[in-house]
Design a binder for this molecule. Structure first.
Ligand SMILES: C[S@@+](CC[C@H](N)C(=O)[O-])C[C@H]1O[C@@H](n2cnc3c(N)ncnc32)[C@H](O)[C@@H]1O
Length: 226
């Protein structure tokens, strides 16, 4: 996820540069900033505008800097957007959300997908970006186990990030990114689409869309049949 138009470059590609202040052209913006979020937010919005067109509320898992949450809340005013983060990263998420002027962004709350049962009520739409390759595989399993029990019929789940297919990287840049992830944490890795889809199926979801995104990412959309 280096940029929306270029190949993935290892260091900034994880989207986790929350402490980096953004220096805009006109003012120094001290809010936590991720360049990859800035680059991918419009392509993601183009898909979410369609798949969340008939939704009312979205629970976002692993909201990071809040750039996605505030952008999607602003651009999709029919939605109430509910950002969440791990306890230790809530302080990164809060400033940008506190800065948001609209009334359709819920106060950020803590959500560790492995701390089950989840505290929040689960709405009929969920979104997460660049999180499944960061959290341990056991947490990916926990996420879908929770959704198996808590997500009601007609729930839509949209997940953005890099995925492998047929056990293969989809690009050289993703292969380099996976090496970078492994050096950073033994628990992080680009996930196999087939394994994640198997978890989703076991949780009662059906794959509705697999959208190709810039910089060798995917936006996967599952739906629990009504
Ligand atoms: C690469 S950042 C992505 C942040 C943001 N969604 C983005 O696209 O920039 C990965 C995020 O996953 C979160 N995360 C890691 N483990 C998690 C877990 N068990 N439950 C919820 N979030 C988790 C981290 O706190 C971090 O914010």
């Amino acid at each position: 996820m280096a940029t929306a138009t270029t190949a993935r470059s290892p260091a900034p590609a994880n989207g986790c540069s929350p402490a980096t202040p953004h220096r805009g052209p006109e003012l120094v913006d001290a809010l936590p900033f991720s360049l990859s979020c800035e680059n991918n937010k419009q392509p993601i919005l183009d898909v979410l505008a369609r798949v969340f067109a008939d939704r009312r509320e979205v629970l976002e898992i692993a909201s990071g800097t809040g750039q996605h949450a505030t952008w999607f809340a602003q651009q999709l005013p029919h939605l109430r957007w509910r950002p969440t983060e791990m306890p230790d990263n809530l302080a990164t998420l809060l400033p940008r959300c506190n800065h948001y002027a609209g009334d359709n962004l819920a106060p950020p709350t803590v959500l560790d997908v492995s701390a089950r049962p989840w505290p929040p009520q689960v709405p009929h739409a969920l979104f997460s970006a660049n999180s499944l390759h960061i959290m341990p595989w056991a947490s990916v399993e926990d996420l879908f186990a929770e959704l198996s029990e808590r997500a009601e019929a007609d729930t839509v789940l949209a997940v953005y990030g890099p995925f492998n297919y047929g056990g293969e990287y989809t690009s050289e840049s993703n292969a380099r990114f996976d090496q970078w992830l492994a050096a950073r944490s033994p628990f992080s890795a680009i996930r196999d689409f087939e394994k994640v889809d198997a978890l989703a199926q076991a949780a009662g979801f059906e794959l509705a869309q697999d959208n190709a995104m810039p910089a060798n990412n995917r936006l996967l959309v599952w739906r629990k049949p009504a």
